[in-house]
Design a binder for this molecule. Structure first.
Ligand code: CO
Length: 478
């Protein structure tokens, strides 16, 4: 008789990212809903901890490029996933946009996300300023009491630097627990977390909090699956992976590989490889199609070791190169690379993730091109120094504050405290387009893109009416 499989003692859980981060990372978030739906019932059988399927850039890309209502996508996925939790990514007070909103908009967005099918909301802030996460966490907890559904996960943007000691991560983990979040995610957006450091970090954070810890990383620098292995051995509870056709490169490690890695160990997921193979078979032709039509660039599939060398996210480097090209200053590449960590230090050494990555990168380019540091500062750099993005882990460089915003004060309270309620005004502004309550939120996040979409939607609806009434009334303009 064959040996019995080892009884799983602490099965590692998996969040599948193919419907959100994986296609955001590899094909600029262009996977349409109709491509997702046929495989949902199979995915629902795997037993994933959750499927990440919404938030991040999916909202913007659906409206802008796919002409789809993102709320409609969420409802369709909810209908299909009968047993699996659905997860979204939420940019703290910025919701899914790039600048902070009033608390009433945050509350409404959380409420509607859960009402339309989201179970787990992963909330992050580019400075790890917990005050910028509080409104979203409180909203989730409130809805949870009312609806019996909703899980607030706080994601810490992982970064390196003098201030980011093990004590920093342990203390912030404790604060998150006190805030009433349900779990913590270590969000390593650039693939900076190397295997042995991951073991150290996870052990330290586990000793500081009882909350479950999830690890999110990207394959960009080539170490991600080893990082998961060490993190799981150190006690991490959940890892984020992508089914193989949409794994690796700038995406996550492959689901099947991690499942096989832990088979027969105390971390065995128990997932059925045949089911996973079915899912991979489904997505493989789409991958081939994306490679053939150029949506997937083979360049993003390799190992980008510069990420580790310069500790700068891949996307930020490519932004920088294109900014330099525009100015015919490609020869300044290495000067800018050296300027980035200096600007980061001046601005309080924040993690480099949207939007701080763009702010630091653009300012570094300006400092080099102008030949004098902070001769010109962007409006975003000024706002960072005014405290409008929140509190950084280290203080700002006082000389830079003096030069960039002379005579101005840096606020020390929560930036959103300055923003009065917005829902009523937003409702009025977009009343003519409103077909569902969710439309107000769509408009709040991306006003111009939303109106373009509403116009498109109306035209489509009128086209349908036209064919219905065509026979009796003749042609209608669309
Ligand atoms: Co990610």
């Amino acid at each position: 008789m064959a040996e019995q499989t080892v009884q799983a003692k602490k099965p590692v859980k998996i969040t599948e990212t193919v419907l959100r981060d994986a296609h955001q990372s590899l094909i600029a978030t262009r996977m349409p809903t109709e491509l997702m739906l046929p495989i949902v019932s199979t995915m629902d059988k795997v037993g994933y901890h959750s499927v990440e399927c919404w938030g991040g850039a999916t909202f913007d890309a659906s409206l802008r490029f796919l002409k789809e209502d993102p709320w409609d996508r969420l409802r369709k996925l909810r209908d299909g996933f009968k047993n699996t939790k659905l997860q979204m990514l939420f940019r703290g007070q910025n919701i899914l946009g790039y600048s902070p909103y009033a608390d009433d908009v945050v509350f409404n967005f959380v409420e509607k996300s859960i009402a339309n099918g989201i179970d787990i909301i992963r909330i992050f802030d580019c400075f790890n300023d917990l005050r910028n996460l509080k409104a979203a966490v409180d909203a989730t907890n409130k809805i949870k009491v009312l609806e019996g559904r909703g899980h607030a996960q706080i994601a810490l943007s992982y970064t390196l630097g003098d201030a980011y000691t093990l004590d920093y991560w342990m203390n912030i983990a404790k604060e998150i627990e006190e805030m009433g979040a349900d779990s913590i995610c270590i969000k390593d957006m650039a693939g900076l977390l190397v295997p042995y450091k991951a073991a150290e970090l996870v052990s330290a954070m586990k000793s500081a909090t009882k909350l479950p810890i999830q690890l999110h990383t990207h394959y960009t620098s080539g170490v991600a699956s080893m990082t998961y292995l060490k993190a799981v051995e150190a006690g991490v509870d959940v890892i984020d992976t992508a089914i193989s056709p949409f794994a690796m490169g700038t995406s996550q490690p492959a689901t099947e590989v991690m499942v096989e890695t832990f088979r027969g160990t105390e971390y065995d997921t128990g997932y059925d490889q045949k089911l996973l193979a079915e899912i991979a078979d489904y997505f493989r032709p789409y991958r081939e199609e994306c490679l053939a039509n150029g949506l997937m660039n083979p360049k993003v599939l390799g190992v980008d070791i510069k990420t580790l060398m310069y500790q700068v996210p891949g996307g930020m480097l490519s932004n920088m190169v294109s900014q330099l090209k525009e100015q015919h200053a490609e020869d300044k590449y290495y000067d800018v690379l050296e300027e980035i960590p200096r600007v980061r230090k001046d601005l309080g050494e924040p993690p480099l993730v949207t939007p701080s990555s763009q702010i630091v990168g653009t300012q570094a380019v300006m400092n080099v091109l102008m030949g004098e540091r902070y001769k010109v500062a962007t409006e975003q750099t000024k706002d960072v120094l005014r405290g409008k993005y929140g509190k950084t882990v280290k203080p700002f460089n006082p000389e830079v504050v003096q030069k960039v915003i002379p005579g101005e004060e840096t606020i020390t309270y929560r930036p959103a405290d300055d923003i009065p309620p917005q829902m009523e005004t937003l409702e009025k502004e977009m009343a003519e387009w409103k077909q569902q309550d969710e439309d107000v939120l769509t408009y709040a996040l991306f006003p111009q893109v939303a109106v373009d979409f509403f116009k498109y939607r109306q035209a489509q609806q009128e086209k349908v009416d036209m064919t219905v009434s065509d026979t009796k009334n003749g042609a209608y303009p669309v």
